[in-house]
Every structure is written in structure tokens, then in C-alpha cells.
Ligand binder design. Structure first.
Ligand SMILES: Cc1cc2nc3c(=O)[nH]c(=O)nc-3n(C[C@H](O)[C@H](O)[C@H](O)COP(=O)(O)OP(=O)(O)OC[C@H]3O[C@@H](n4cnc5c(N)ncnc54)[C@H](O)[C@@H]3O)c2cc1C
Length: 443
């Protein structure tokens, strides 16, 4: 594949890709169609759900082709931690301070609504992806951070924030017992879900293909014309030929600037994840189904307990976040592990949880994946500025599972009804604007 900000060949194999769906390398037609109403670039969570909502009304299905550089769901969605875990309180304070109380509440409530919508969609479409409703936990090991979390939650309660009412807080006396994490100084718990993300998205994609969408895997888009032609068509270029399209949706997450150069505000960030098996688990298990241990600000892992008794654990940021930035920031190569993170997950369970010291764990698989981090920490959704007919749904900052679905639904409303962003139900902070494309900040 072309060098630059594009998906690479021979990606590491995540646990989720050990059971492949028949659609994995599907091509609906041997050749690409010459012309389409809509081309969607990317067959991950965002691209698939955009296609799903665009084909909801069986009487007005537009012609749609989904172009995917590698296999179906082979990007971040097929490589993540298997969590749909809304952020009810962690990102709130910063948003409130920078953008105001209403904006902060809007985002937190949107995350809760997404969790609900994901569960509903999976049930409605009878998707078998090991969906499990769990109690998730943020666990604080740093005393200062623990106190900060407590103050933040109390402030949220004083302000009447709806999502704060859904959070339980445990102080130093209870945190270790509730979470099972050694040395926990505080913990919060709240509703979340775990699932098999690849199974979720490939089954949804299969429904979309049955509705008539043309899926073309192993078909990287190398370029999209910088202007539309006289008839309003954009040219989408691939090594297998071009497609003229009235509308193009960029569901390309961390790779967006490869095909839409003005989106340098979305950075590819390489994350690490693993699957861990315990040969000798204790008889009495931790009650927490999923959790994030925070060791210090910006240093955390994340963990989902699977029904087969294994753990999916990701992060390893303590080994590389500040010391080895070049190994993860602006990196698109998920065919390699992050060198500084190699070996991190060995003994993770034993050193993290009370009662698991003799668990005899082995790290079954380690993989990497490319996330899309934005300069201001919010996704970019909506009309690409100054380019009539181009739309974006990308930049989910390693946290797309409780965001993507209703972003895709809102974007499709914009595309179908030609409505204003403010009528989509998507948080106002997510609207892509020329100003946001110029923003620079810290990742
Ligand atoms: C290791 C890791 C752990 C994570 N853990 C979690 C978690 O537990 N919870 C959570 O909420 N989020 C998590 N995330 C983030 C989450 O997976 C993403 O936010 C979400 O999946 C984004 O979906 P997407 O469709 O936007 O992106 P993707 O799934 O990356 O889809 C984009 C697709 O576009 C394709 N593409 C890109 N460029 C081109 C091109 N030029 N031509 C054709 N196709 C192209 C890619 O191949 C890819 O398939 C994690 C991510 C990683 C990598």
C-alpha cells in the first residue's frame, strides 16, 4: 500500500479476528461501479453504521459503495478493548472549564445515549457479539487524582449534572474491596457494556450488503479530487479504478489526512492491546466486569473481563506515553508492536489484583491498532468545510464505542434531510469547522 497516512499491510492479529466472518474479504462486484450516489471510505464502526442508516428506508436506498483498504473491520474497531464504556465524569471538568457546563453535560449525556443505542441496535438486529451489560469502574491509584475525582463528582452533583447521578463513588476504605485493585485510593462505578466488536460490525455490514450496498474490501482510496467536477461529482481514486460520487463520507478515523489533507488535526496514534489467560484463577473472582486503573494523570490501562474467563487488557501507556512518543504518536504502522510496550502485559493481572498473585497468567496475544486523536479531543463530524458533498465522521480519540453510533445516525440525517448540524442530536463540540482544523493543542 502507498506510504503516508494509509493502512499498512500485514497488520498484527487481534484476538477479535480469530473467528472471521464470511464478509471479511467480500467484494460485491468484480469491478468497481463507475458512478455512485455515495461512496463511504472505511468499513469500521463509523463507515458501517453510516451505510446502515443510509439504507434504513427501503424505498429510497441510494447507490452506495463502501471502500475498505484492508479486510472488513480491520482498523481500530477490530482491534480495540471490546468496551462500550461511556465517560460519565472524567472528561467533564475539562470540557466545562473550556467550553461551559451545557457543552460538558451534552457530551456526557450523549455517551449514555450511545450505550443505550448500541445495545438496542444489537438486540433489534439479532447480532450475536457476546454483548454483556456490566458495571464498569474507574480506579484511582494516585492519591491526588483520587481526591480530584471526588471533588469533581461532588461539583457535578451540586450542579445537577444528570450523568453524575448514575455514578457511585467509593473512597479509600472501600475502593480496593470494590474494584479488587491493589492500592486503590478511590473508585467510581457506572453502567457499561462489553462485546466482540468485530462480530458486531461484520454482522451489521452483512445486513447492509443484503440491502444492496456494494462492499469492496482490499481497495484503498489513494486520493479524492480536490474539487467536484462541473456536474458536482467527486472523483475517488483507487488502484482498481475510479468512482465518480455525488457524496463522499470519510469514515477513515486515524487515517483521514491521507485522503483529506486539510484534516491534519486528526493524528494517527498507535495503541496496544492484549488478551490474557489465567491457568489458575482464584475461586472468588473480582466482581468488576470492566475497569480502567488510573496510575497518574494520562497514564491508565483498560480491561474487559470476557465470559470465557480471559481478559482483554490494553494501554501500557506507563511504558511509552512520555518517554517514547515517536513509537505511538503519528504512527500508522499496526504491523508492528510498540517496542517500549512489549512485555508490559506479562504479570499484569498478578500485580494489579488482590487474590490473583498465583493466577499463572499467560499473554495469549498482543496487537496494535491505529486510533484517531484530535487536537481538541473531540471528534470531527459533519460537512467538510468548503467542499459541498463531502462529509466526515472521524477522530474518536481512542474512545469511539460510546460515540460513533449516534454520530453516524446524526450525520446521515444531515445528508438525507439536508438539515443543520444543530438538528442532528450530535454534541455541538463535535461539529467540524474551519476553526477546529486550525486548532493545535496537546495530545
Ligand atoms: C488498541 C485499541 C484499543 C481501543 N479500545 C477501545 C475501547 O475499549 N473502547 C472504545 O470506546 N474505543 C476503543 N478504541 C477506539 C475505537 O476502536 C475507535 O474509536 C473506533 O473503533 C473508531 O471507529 P472508526 O470506524 O472511526 O475507525 P476504524 O475502525 O479505524 O475504521 C476506519 C477504517 O477506514 C479504513 N481506511 C482508512 N483509510 C482508508 C483509505 N485511504 N482507503 C480505504 N479505507 C481506508 C481503515 O482500514 C479502517 O478499516 C481502541 C482503539 C485501539 C486501536
Amino acid at each position: 500500500m502507498a506510504p503516508g497516512i494509509f493502512p499498512v499491510a500485514n497488520a498484527t492479529v487481534p484476538f477479535w479476528r480469530t473467528e472471521l466472518h464470511e464478509i471479511d474479504e467480500h467484494r460485491s462486484t468484480p469491478e468497481l461501479p463507475a458512478e455512485q450516489d455515495i461512496v463511504i471510505i472505511g468499513a469500521g464502526f463509523a463507515g458501517t453504521t453510516c451505510a446502515y442508516y443510509l439504507t434504513q428506508d427501503e424505498f429510497t436506498v441510494p447507490s452506495i459503495t463502501v471502500l475498505e483498504a484492508r479486510e472488513a473491520c480491520s482498523g481500530a474497531t477490530g482491534r480495540n478493548g471490546g468496551h462500550c464504556r461511556p465517560d460519565l465524569h472524567v472528561g467533564f471538568e475539562n470540557r466545562k472549564n473550556v467550553k461551559g457546563l451545557d457543552a460538558a453535560n451534552e457530551v456526557a449525556c450523549f455517551e449514555v445515549a450511545n450505550l443505550q443505542a448500541v445495545k438496542q441496535l444489537i438486540r433489534q438486529e439479532r447480532i450475536e457479539c457476546e454483548l454483556e451489560e456490566v458495571t464498569s469502574s474507574n480506579v484511582y491509584l494516585d492519591e491526588k487524582q483520587a481526591l480530584g475525582a471526588k471533588d469533581n463528582l461532588e461539583e457535578m452533583l451540586d450542579l445537577g449534572c444528570p450523568t453524575a447521578m448514575m455514578v457511585n463513588y467509593y473512597g479509600p476504605d472501600e475502593a480496593e474491596k470494590v474494584s479488587g485493585v491493589k492500592g486503590a485510593k478511590a473508585a467510581t462505578t457506572f453502567p457499561a457494556a462489553t462485546l466482540w466488536p468485530y462480530k458486531f460490525i461484520t454482522q451489521l455490514l452483512s445486513i447492509v450488503v443484503d440491502r444492496g450496498v456494494n462492499l469492496q474490501t482490499n481497495t484503498p482510496v489513494t486520493m479524492v479530487s480536490s474539487t467536484a467536477d462541473d456536474e458536482g461529482f467527486w472523483t475517488v481514486t483507487t488502484p482498481r479504478g475510479n468512482i465518480r460520487a455525488k457524496k463522499v463520507v470519510f469514515a477513515t478515523n486515524g487515517y483521514t489526512s491521507g485522503v483529506l489533507p486539510e484534516y491534519k488535526a486528526i493524528h494517527p496514534v498507535r495503541g496496544t492491546c492484549s488478551r490474557i489467560i489465567a491457568a489458575n484463577p482464584p475461586a472468588e473472582r473480582s466482581r468488576i466486569g470492566s475497569l480502567v486503573p488510573y496510575y497518574a494523570p494520562k497514564l491508565a490501562d483498560y480491561q474487559a473481563n470476557r465470559s470465557d474467563g480471559s481478559f482483554v487488557v490494553g494501554g501500557a501507556w506507563t511504558t511509552c506515553r512520555f518517554k517514547h512518543t515517536n513509537q505511538w504518536r503519528d504512527v500508522v504502522d499496526d504491523s508492528q508492536l510498540v517496542p517500549a510496550a512489549e512485555g508490559y502485559f506479562n504479570g499484569y493481572i498478578e500485580r494489579t489484583f488482590n487474590g490473583w498473585e498465583q493466577a499463572e497468567t499467560t499473554v495469549d496475544q498482543v496487537w496494535t491498532g491505529i486510533m484517531g486523536y484530535t487536537e481538541d479531543g473531540e471528534p470531527h463530524i459533519g460537512k467538510v468545510p468548503s467542499k459541498e458533498g463531502l462529509y466526515i465522521c472521524a477522530g474518536f480519540n481512542g474512545h469511539g464505542m460510546p460515540l460513533v453510533l449516534l454520530c453516524a445516525k446524526g450525520l446521515v440525517k444531515m445528508m438525507s434531510d439536508d438539515c443543520d448540524f444543530s438538528q442532528t442530536g450530535i454534541p455541538s463540540l463535535y461539529e467540524t469547522t474551519p476553526e477546529r482544523l486550525q486548532a493545535t493543542a496537546v495530545i
